[in-house]
Design a protein around this ligand. Sequence first.
Ligand code: NAD
Length: 387
Amino acid sequence: MTKPLNVGIIGYGFMGRTHSNAYRKVRNFFDVPYEPVLKTICGLEEKEAKAFAERWGYQSYTTDWHKVIDDKSIDVVDICVPNNRHAEIAIAAAKAGKAICCEKPLALNAAEGEEMVKAVEKAGVANLVSFNYRRVPAVTLAKLLIDEGRLGRIFHYRANFLQDWTISSKVPQGGMGTWRLDVKAAGSGVTGDLLAHCIDTAMWQNGPITTVCGMTETFVKERMHTETGKVEPVGIDDACMFFCRFGNGSLGNFESTRYARGHKALYTFEINGEHASIAWDLHDLHRLSYFDHRDESIVRGWRSIHVTDGDMPYMGHWWVPGLQIGYEHAFVHQTADFLGNLAKGKPTSPTFREALATQYVCDAVLASAKNGKWEKVKSKSASRKAT
Ligand SMILES: NC(=O)c1ccc[n+]([C@@H]2O[C@H](COP(=O)([O-])OP(=O)(O)OC[C@H]3O[C@@H](n4cnc5c(N)ncnc54)[C@H](O)[C@@H]3O)[C@@H](O)[C@H]2O)c1
């Protein structure tokens, strides 16, 4: 018997669409114990909220997020708004006893993140941060291969997340679409927006990052602010690079920028171990590159694993071997895991507490970029093992 689960999504933008799509599709492909009901969509503009509700089949819409929290019939609050709204909405949702899915990064900074962790743990509500790339099957497979020990001792972890959409100085800061350039709305630039993904995946696969040394740059120093109409200083990092040490002794190097002409969303990682290496590229997200030095020398080489077989992570739920899936599906997997665990009263990874660890790394990288010194990363272990 599946029970209805009433969902209220706050934010009908890019992520509002990926999450709505996931709630709608999840039961078609996964045996989840709930029937998600798209109850309320919330966003800033009434006309757009109404149009979104009609297109996606929401029962109601609102421009006031408090109404989603106050609605006793809503079971899950799903937060898809700019970063500066995550904390207040999540804390209110926790107090109201809602299960919460919150978009990444957890918060503007670790201090805010700590308050969010406190709130969800005090209320005892289910909580998940949407670091969706963990649930791309090839990325999940990489984690399984590492956990099986196939790579042996890990020496290097390197990751890039490259874009090119803010090169023009005419791109404004603030407001719809460009809130990511406004430090008050975003908290930081590429560090919290893009590197947070790379850091989450890296620590999930390779364990905690302990020390960092970072460098940031803001190439365009002033931009017109959409809300004030004035040219104002830019407070975000346009580019960020950092070196780090992991607790397991391996070395990391991470780079992110919105100034890599020709790259729209090039997220790549490579992990080098004693016996084997793994590489992944978001542009070919259904493939995993794997090199195993233990192979016979005459056939040894990088292999490109097409992650489509039924025994590969999540793939048994989709089509037939050889047919691949794409970007949206990671959100369906996330929703399937979240609903499955919710029914069992089990946490789903990454919880707010686990995402706080990523926030600590981001904060340490930004501090290091400012003071030019290596920074120790604050650590707090997860209280319960989440899956
Ligand atoms: N997991 C990922 O890969 C990924 C990708 C993109 C964005 N994100 C994250 O998702 C969040 C949203 O990003 P987006 O790209 O969807 O943004 P967006 O600009 O496309 O949409 C933001 C939405 O928030 C709504 N909103 C803003 N302030 C509000 C308020 N006070 N009350 C109610 N609604 C409000 C807007 O109406 C809009 O619908 C951010 O935290 C971002 O970092 C995650």
